[in-house]
Design a protein around this ligand. Structure first.
Ligand code: TXA
Ligand code: MG
Length: 513
């Protein structure tokens, strides 16, 4: 008897190839970088199928023959590279037609399962629209979301437990590592929770950046974080909780403003600095009488904390001072071997660290701009002082994240309003924002072509790392509009830029200063 085989179902536009709206002519096919190698890797274990909605056929902007022509050409392009798409399924209807084959209806998954004897419960559906991800749900196929194509635009519609990736290559790597899908992820979390309880370190995803966690109430375990990161002991850690009821035992007092903010922004990217209770070990707070606490919005992080049955102290999972990790691969690049387990929950949706707000005494001070904007906080609790610039008394920063040098790549980085002056240098890479820099000779990484600050934040550290890995002499970054999340992005760019050329180290990880 033939064994049921698992499959990967792929959306076409915005997933394998650029979404150009109506794609009528084969010459308009632009494969995303990495598509070939991702599919090559996947087909070793999975049968591959393409499922595409083409409502333009019903709407009259494209013919069924044109769609078939494009698919045939794409199929040939892929076969030339040795990639075999088993079958192509097209829904030509409009949503109003209420047909049974338009995604998220699993019609074609069931048809493929019948035609090719597939095991849908070991299969994956990959796409850049929430409908792609939902398609598999009724038939037990696991959906993975890509931030390519329209992915970024529709991200807000996607429920938080869905795993997202910046590229199809990242999604393929996850599939290969997680053949049992959410079962593998839950197992990793269970193993992680055990490791935390035993005093170990666990790298885990949050919605902001990946964290390197330890039992916050176990000083020896927390000490290992500082060792692994080469982080100075004077830089305190954030404690992560899985519910608000864990907070009272960690603090001396809970001001009303804190309760209001927790109610509104938790789970989410806001860290509150409050008077510390004696229960919190001094190593967590670097000897300060205050403690920083947040409840992350990533459901996998919350599950880890819940199962560990203790609050988790965690800084970003990178070497001290370096660019923060927003994918599991970033964590491996910096800290491989320094943790018991790395839980791979895909890309971090927010992409920049939490906002740190101090509510000590009667003051309200913003110590680090982050995922929640100052305006949003002020709308709830009134004016907030900006503590992000300068130093406090005694030459100590109120929050070490305020240190002017931080979040830096190894390559020298400078920020400028206008980056055209470097356009002829092929040894200079650019971080751009908004419309593309056609005339630039060196590599250009755009934070967001549409000028979307959320998208820019989620791409920031990945883009810095990509350019950092290219052996360039210089990275030049365009600042972004200084509003909302733009304040956070500019803050991180400026901190990444605060390094003199003499500190430039061309090879390896060497960014702790
Ligand atoms: O989004 C985030 O906040 C991530 C994820 C993993 O949760 N964590 C993070 O941690 O960015 P870390 O350690 O890289 O940055 C924590 C920031 C530092 O600037 C630290 O100085 C500040 O929070 N901080 C921690 N405890 C503090 C305290 N008691 N008073 C003032 N600042 C504090
Ligand atoms: Mg698509």
């Amino acid at each position: 008897m033939r064994k049921h085989r698992p499959a990967v179902f792929l959306d076409r536009d915005g997933t394998l190839i650029e979404d150009v709206g109506v794609l009528a002519h084969p010459e308009d096919i632009h494969l995303f970088a990495g598509t070939i190698s991702a599919l090559r890797q996947l087909q070793e274990k999975y049968l591959l199928f393409v499922i595409t909605n083409q409502p333009g056929v019903a709407g009259g902007s494209i013919t069924a023959d044109q769609v078939a022509g494009v698919n045939k050409c794409l199929d040939e392009m892929l076969s030339l590279e040795g990639i075999r798409i088993k079958d192509w399924y097209v829904c030509p209807h409009a949503r109003e037609d209420e047909c049974c084959c338009i995604k998220p209806n699993p019609f074609f998954l069931l048809q493929a399962a019948k035609d090719y004897d597939l095991d849908l419960h070991r299969s994956f559906m990959v796409g850049d629209h929430p409908h792609d991800v939902l398609t598999g749900d009724p038939v037990g196929t696991f959906g993975l979301y890509l931030l390519t194509g329209h992915g970024q635009k529709h991200l807000g519609e996607l429920s938080p437990e869905r795993i997202v990736f910046h590229t199809i290559s990242d999604a393929a790597a996850w599939i290969i590592d997680h053949p049992d899908r959410e079962v593998d992820l839950h197992n990793a979390i269970r193993t992680g929770a055990d490791a935390i309880r035993r005093g170990g370190l666990v790298a885990f995803p949050t919605e902001t950046v990946y964290g390197l966690g330890a039992d916050a109430l176990n000083p020896k375990a927390v000490a290992r974080i500082f060792e692994a990161k080469k982080r100075p002991l004077h830089d305190p850690l954030i404690i992560h909780v899985s519910n608000k009821q864990q907070v009272p035992s960690l603090v001396l007092t809970l001001p009303r403003e804190a309760e209001v903010l927790m109610e509104h922004f938790w789970p989410g990217s806001l860290t509150l600095v409050l008077p510390k209770s004696p229960q919190v070990p001094d190593i967590v707070t670097a000897g300060n009488s205050t403690v920083a606490i947040r409840m992350p919005a990533n459901p996998w992080a919350l599950e880890l904390i819940r199962l560990a049955m203790t609050p988790i102290a965690a800084p970003s999972a990178n070497r001290f001072g370096c660019t923060s990790p927003t994918t599991a691969q970033h964590v491996k690049d910096h800290l491989n071997g320094h943790y018991e387990i790395l839980i791979d929950g895909g890309a971090c949706r927010v992409g920049v660290e939490s906002t740190v707000l101090s509510l000590i005494g009667n003051s309200q001070v913003l110590l680090r701009p982050g995922g929640v904007t100052q305006q949003d906080i002020e709308a709830l609790i009134g004016p907030v002082q900006n503590g992000c610039v300068g130093k406090t008394k005694g030459n100590k920063f109120a929050s070490p994240g305020m240190m002017p040098k931080h979040y830096a790549p190894n390559t020298l980085l400078i920020v400028a309003e206008n980056i055209d002056g470097y356009s002829t240098r092929s040894d200079v890479g650019a971080i751009s924002f908004g419309s593309s820099l056609c005339s630039f000779q060196g590599p250009v990484e755009c934070l967001s072509r549409d000028g979307d600050l959320k998208e820019a934040a989620s791409n920031l550290y990945r883009v810095m790392r990509t350019l950092d890995g290219m052996g360039l002499s210089l990275i030049i970054a365009q600042s972004v509009p200084n509003i909302g999340l733009g304040v956070t992005i500019n803050d991180r760019l400026n901190k990444a830029a605060s390094r003199s050329p003499s500190q430039f180290s061309p090879k390896g990880i060497h960014c702790h200063r």
